[in-house]
Design a protein. Structure first.
Lengths: 239, 239
DNA sequence: CGTAGACTTGAACACTGTCAACTTGAGTGG
DNA sequence: CCACTCAAGTTGACAGTGTTCAAGTCTACG
């Protein structure tokens, strides 16, 4: 089931702590008793995903929910002719399963090598029902996701290409923990960025080049970006 | 507090039933004890909104949550220069308050004359915490909203104008209860439709005219639409 | 019956998409 | 170690969908 020594992104401590830690990834550490944490850890199974591997498909019967413990995932929906909209990128600690009724409403695919902790839905739901604080935590997660979704609707419905790309870079930097001096390692391809922002790959590329020429960012390789002038970039992002 | 005789959209019965009924609008009728229902009804206050009246503004301190008991509301976000994105229309029975932390993240405005039941947040949250089934119901509401938000992202990011308008008409008909023979009374203006669909008012108008010329719909007055050929309209909506 | 706001229609324009060629860079094998 | 390969990304020219701006038209309401 759980191998506590493998790719735990939060604690790097003793095995038992680490098993608990997978639960911690749900951010319910503070609200659950030790016993409840162990219950949760006991029904979870760790599983590794290669880049590009699909965790589940839109329309499949939703038999499992997951927490992402390492790597990056993308969620997307497709139109019949192949047009794609990525509805979100998931980072370690994120939960997959809030928006599922009996079927998955989107496809989940690994953007990088990733590790998830799998829970069978019936067992997970039983646990949720018997631990109101867990349900409370899930509700507060759903609330944040709704807020993010509304922000994204504003971006997709009303922002220009430059505003979309600037907003994306700044938000991603924040989510990734705004490391050293504005350095930002993009885990996803231009195609993924385009499908998230409702643009084409060419427009994303041109917009990044334009930001580079204007001195707002610097590019190094294909996936490293330095935010040189956060203030002007934020101005580009619109309000 | 509650005036049971005023604009109750569910039961039209005895006053006490009607007071409970406002709670019913939360769709928690089935999961709460009579006592809990009365508790909830006791902390709710009915309030009437005129067309165009604002219930709360984005950024205001979120002191209250609401259930909509009659009429239609719109939720929207603004950019600094006035561009607007409507993130959703609310119909009777819908709950306002899932996505709020300490501040409202969007503005709520009445599309038609409307009635809401107001709950002060602290009192409501106390009640939620002491009634896990209520929290469970809220989580399931949040889940549906997330699914709807993802669908809307697909629409805004990847659908053409015609697909957006067709999708909108069909979904609205379903939500309004798909009455007699495809008749659909639009409660909102073209401007609202445009701001919901990420288009301009002119494009919405042109698209409706195009559907009319092609025999998919018929227009009567400004706000009544007949869906003449649901099948071909659905084909326009894309998949 | 007149007015005002909402809606429709037309024409020109612009932003972004499409198509195509080129460049870059990471990985591979000689 | 270097050339090769191929996918990913960039750039350019052009086209098209949807926007902008500007008249008109309808309709509800006083």
């Amino acid at each position: 089931m759980l191998d506590p020594r493998e790719s735990c992104t939060v604690c790097r401590g003793a095995p038992i702590d680490c098993a608990v830690c997978r639960v911690k990834e749900l951010a319910i550490c503070a609200v659950l008793s030790d016993e409840a944490r162990r219950e949760l850890a006991a029904i979870g199974a760790s599983s590794r995903l290669e880049t590009g591997e699909t965790l589940f498909y839109e329309g499949d019967s939703a038999t499992e929910v997951f927490t992402l413990t390492s790597g990056v995932l993308k969620l997307y929906k497709l139109l019949q002719d192949g047009r794609r909209q990525i509805t979100g990128f998931l980072l370690p600690g994120d939960f997959l399963g809030l928006a599922f009724a009996d079927r998955y409403i989107c496809t989940a695919e690994a953007v990088t090598v990733a590790t998830v902790c799998r829970f069978r839905r019936p067992a997970f739901l039983r646990l949720v029902h018997s631990h109101p604080r867990l349900e409370h935590d899930l509700l507060s997660r759903a609330t944040s996701e709704l807020a993010a979704a509304q922000e994204q609707m504003l971006l997709l419905g009303r922002k220009t290409a430059a505003e979309r790309v600037a907003s994306f870079l700044l938000k991603l930097e924040t989510r990734l923990g705004g490391a050293d001096g504005g350095r930002l390692d993009l885990p996803m391809t231009r195609t993924d960025m385009a499908d998230f922002l409702g643009l084409t790959i060419e427009t994303v590329s041109r917009t990044l080049s334009q930001f580079r020429r204007r001195g707002l960012i610097a590019l190094s390789g294909k996936s490293t970006i330095f935010i040189c002038d956060r203030e002007r970039l934020a101005a580009c992002a619109g309000g």
